[in-house]
Design a binder for this molecule. Structure first.
Ligand SMILES: Nc1ncnc2c1ncn2[C@@H]1O[C@H](COP(=O)(O)OP(=O)(O)O)[C@@H](O)[C@H]1O
Ligand SMILES: [Mg+2]
Length: 505
């Protein structure tokens, strides 16, 4: 006597079909043999499943049971195979009759010893997998039902416990399916508003451009000049997430076990601020069962690297691939995995080790050598991938205190949002959302210059010795500035402003 039910295993940010087969053998009563590359958490399923079955008033087959999780090559992590294993065992012991067809169902969830279902990670990728495979119903712990239902066209049945589920499968009770509700993507208000920052108008302007076009921004300035404060206000001007983006972000948080939202969907752009002592794996991702790192948790949002020069060199170098491609490749036992990592890098650093190089009020105590070494910590290839370089001088905010408060974030965000709408139209047939993501090809097409602007840029190339990469960055930046202006044509003024943000030697 054997049985088979379907489940799914999360691989990276997606899931793949897994079959849980059970076969009653000739061994001892109550014994379970588990095969099919299970990790420790899966192996412990034996004990949980045995107790859950017993405590749900069902009986075990009177012989031993072999459970195979197939395909064997697919690594299976975590406890969410408890439920399919339990169902396939109950099938061979006759508690779920053979005539009840389970082929169109996916079962997933961890069992508590008393038979209750526990919340799990990866519900959204599993639901999307079930939908892709054309399965009709997903049985999932009730806490994860809202998240799973984001996949839309699949019936999601929220399960409380094993007993309830078996009665439902036998048609003795009916668990109502979880209803789909259109998620409301309006952002929650953010604590730090730009109007809290006195002065620094040029920094706010640069942040507006960065938010509008998805450009990376590096702030230089002495301690106390407000770099950290400015960074904290950045989320308040970021555009709302589109539903497709919100799903991408939610998947990342779901597999990382970091999804806290009640209705399952992440609605605001992530803002991650890893400390410079964070390990390379924590930052870029990895591990035996590879998990997304900070740069992927910042996907479609912001990675704020405060004290950028303090990050260890290898960690900074690991940012090169994601800054270029928007993905990170992590290796695992069987091949490689890719996690998305499209984020705005917002970095801040002091201009020198003591912090006061170039400050008006306080002398710098560093030698030229020390200053050079400090700057060299950020390598050329990283600097080259940062579109905007900005000095943040100290302001006398006692004086500024008397001034009227500046623009509030809501007003700025509106302009950012409008510039994003222009970009959405521009990229409607492509997989990108922002000017910063344009290929060189696309940049050439979308950033045609008039004669005057061409003259300005060829002068700049000669006098500033611009590399090809900086040239394209400049054009993309000018594109965003023009979009904020609502202008189709990039003017010399747009280009001139973009030039201001290039790297200062
Ligand atoms: N322009 C400003 N407007 C209002 N408060 C400011 C401004 N600049 C700095 N501050 C305040 O000064 C303190 C130091 O700022 P901080 O952002 O930590 O500086 P930094 O990161 O550049 O060292 C904070 O308490 C911050 O709120
Ligand atoms: Mg700071």
């Amino acid at each position: 006597m054997s049985s088979k039910v379907f489940s799914a295993a999360v691989v990276g940010l997606d899931a793949e079909l897994v079959e849980a087969e059970a076969d009653a053998g000739g061994g001892q009563f109550g014994q379970i043999f588990l095969v099919g590359l299970p990790d420790k958490a899966v192996t412990e399923a034996k004990e949980r499943v045995r107790s859950a079955i017993k405590n749900s008033n069902f009986r075990f087959p009177s012989v031993s049971v072999t459970v195979n999780l197939a395909p064997a090559y697919l690594p299976k992590h975590g406890p969410s195979f408890d439920l399919p294993i339990a169902i396939s065992i109950l099938r061979i012991s006759g508690f779920i009759a053979e005539k009840i067809n389970l082929d169109d169902y996916i079962f997933t969830g961890e069992l508590a010893l008393n038979g209750d279902l526990r919340p799990m990670t990866g519900a959204l990728p599993i639901a999307l997998c079930a939908k892709r495979l054309g399965k009709k119903v997903l049985f999932i712990p009730e806490e994860n039902a809202a998240e799973a239902k984001l996949a839309k066209d699949i019936k999601v049945i929220p399960v409380k416990n094993l007993y309830q589920l078996v009665l439902h499968l036998r048609g003795e009770i009916e668990i109502p399916e979880f209803p789909y509700q259109d998620p409301n993507l309006i952002n929650v208000p953010i604590e730090y508003d730009m109007s809290h920052v006195k002065g620094q108008e040029h920094v706010k302007r640069a942040m507006e451009i960065a938010a509008a076009g998805g450009h990376n921004l590096l702030m230089f300035g002495p301690p106390g000049s407000g770099k950290t404060l400015l960074a904290k206000t950045f989320p308040s001007i970021l555009p709302d997430l589109a539903f497709a983006e919100a799903l991408e972000v939610t998947k990342i948080y779901s597999v990382s076990g970091k999804l806290k939202e009640k209705n399952g969907l992440i609605k605001s752009r992530p803002f991650r601020a890893p400390h410079h002592t964070a390990s390379s794996a924590a930052l870029v991702g990895g591990g035996i069962n590879p998990m997304p790192g900070e740069i992927s948790l910042a996907h479609r949002g912001v990675l704020f690297s405060d004290e950028f020069a303090e990050f260890p060199r290898p960690v900074l170098e690991a940012l090169r691939q994601p800054l270029e491609d928007g993905v990170i490749t992590v290796s695992r036992a069987a091949g490689h995995l890719e996690f998305p990592a499209k984020f705005i890098l917002l970095a801040s650093m002091n201009p020198c080790p003591c912090g006061y190089y170039g400050d008006r009020a306080r002398p710098c105590t560093c030698s030229m050598m020390q200053i050079q070494n400090y700057r060299k910590k950020i390598s050329g290839p990283i600097i080259d991938r940062i579109d905007m370089h900005l000095e943040v001088p100290r302001v006398d905010f006692k004086k500024l205190d008397e001034e009227l408060p500046g623009e509030g974030s809501a007003v700025i965000k509106k302009r950012v949002q409008q510039a994003r709408e222009i970009q959405a139209e521009r990229f409607k047939n492509e997989k990108i959302f922002t000017n910063a993501e344009m290929s060189s090809e696309k940049t050439r097409k979308c950033c045609a210059l008039n004669e005057e602007a061409k003259k300005l840029i060829s002068n700049a190339i000669d006098t500033l010795n611009l590399s090809a990469r900086s040239y394209f960055r400049l054009l993309k930046l000018a594109r965003t500035i023009a979009d904020l202006d609502g202008e189709q044509q990039i003017s010399t003024a747009h280009l001139a402003e973009a030039l201001q943000y290039r790297e200062k030697a």
